[in-house]
Design a binder for this molecule. Sequence first.
Ligand code: FES
Length: 176
Amino acid sequence: MTYEFTTEDLKEIEKIKSRYPEVKPATLPVLWIAQNRFGHVDPDVQKLVAATLDLPEAHVHGVATFYTQYYKEKKGKYVLDVCTCLSCQLCGGYDMLHYLEEKLGIKTGETSNDGMFTLNQVECLGACGYAPMLQITNDKYVNNLTPEKIDKLVDSLKKGEEPSYEKMEMPLRKNN
Ligand code: FES
């Protein structure tokens, strides 16, 4: 598949490049722009990033594959990362993961047929005091999970509504 950055993306990329004495450090933020634009950084998107920055494809591939936050394949509209590390595990992280598997009709690592949700099991996300928790698409955290909270979250996302994160108890990260 052929991918192209928008004019707006290219302007942003030029701005990023101007911050550094050489182009390599721009790889991370430009991959991020690419992921926000296309939803993933599969090998074709990595090629686009390499061509845009005039860097070897192997370098961009190395960076993209080093970080789990970059999706190397197409994912669901929402990627739910459920933490099952120690604190979350002790507070029911696996129960929440299995509850989501049942609710979404998928196994961990899979994407729902409607393309809405990808479910992942992840290591500690640094919100151990709010266990069990999950992260939505590399961004917002939903803390102190319960089945009821998961129902509310999934229903809101399915309707295309941003859930009320205030009510989801998310003291760590807020976008606005
Ligand atoms: S153990 Fe889950 S956020 Fe740290």
